[in-house]
Design a protein around this ligand. Structure first.
Ligand code: COA
Length: 182
């Protein structure tokens, strides 16, 4: 198992071709996909043929960016995933994202994982700007963005015309905040 990062309660590992069922199960909960596609499950065929190859491709990157499975440290249970990857269409901005199984919501896991990725990005990967987007109505996700220091920047229109809200954080602002909290 190739571990990318550890937080207090989680470890992030690379995805493998054996993970299709975990991803199908994650997306089978309509509340998990509510603000992503209106609550639809992701068919296994799509996961096997489209999603897994994309995830395996992330594993070939050598810049520390990607998408990882989050496991609970106590029993290695699959919790969901986090990504920290070039934002399309502005790849110099690094996009934070997360999707967790409902049983893990409300316990600070998204915040914990996001803080660790942001810290690693700014401190060791040379990232200069972190962004995140979400459905304006996804209050839980917006709250995570705020809690980890991202600021609301306005609307962002996706390629398919969907209007999201965008949050962002510059490395200089992150560093100032760290200095003042010391
Ligand atoms: C969004 C998501 C990752 C949050 O994960 P999480 O581990 O529960 O997040 P945290 O516990 O770190 O923080 C959630 C915060 O949002 C708040 N929150 C959650 N739902 C809320 C709601 N409907 N209204 C107001 N606040 C809400 C929580 O109270 C918490 O804030 P607090 O610590 O100030 O009380 C999780 O709900 C999820 O996976 N959702 C489905 C997938 C998804 O929508 N991903 C994001 C796509 S952009």
């Amino acid at each position: 198992m190739k571990i990318y990062l550890e937080t207090t309660r989680m470890m992030f590992r690379e995805f493998t071709s054996d993970d299709a069922d975990l991803l199908v199960d994650l997306d089978s909960d309509p509340l998990v996909t509510k603000y992503i596609n209106g609550g639809k499950p992701t068919p296994k065929k799509h996961v096997v043929e489209r999603v897994i190859p994309r995830l395996l491709h992330y594993n070939t990157r050598d810049d520390g960016l990607g998408l990882w499975a989050a496991l609970h440290k106590t029993d290695l249970e699959f919790m969901g995933w986090f990504h920290f990857r070039p934002f399309q269409p502005m790849p110099e901005q690094i996009e934070l994202g997360y999707r967790l199984k409902r049983k893990f919501w409300g316990e600070g896991y998204a915040t914990e994982g996001s803080e660790a990725l942001i810290q690693k990005g700014f401190d060791t990967l040379g990232v200069t700007r972190v962004v995140a987007i979400t459905d304006p109505e996804n209050i839980g996700s917006r709250r995570v963005m705020e809690k980890v220091g991202l600021r609301f920047e306005g609307n962002h229109v996706e390629a398919d015309g969907f209007v999201c809200v965008k949050y962002g954080l510059e490395r200089s602002d992150y560093q100032k905040k760290i200095q003042t909290s010391k």
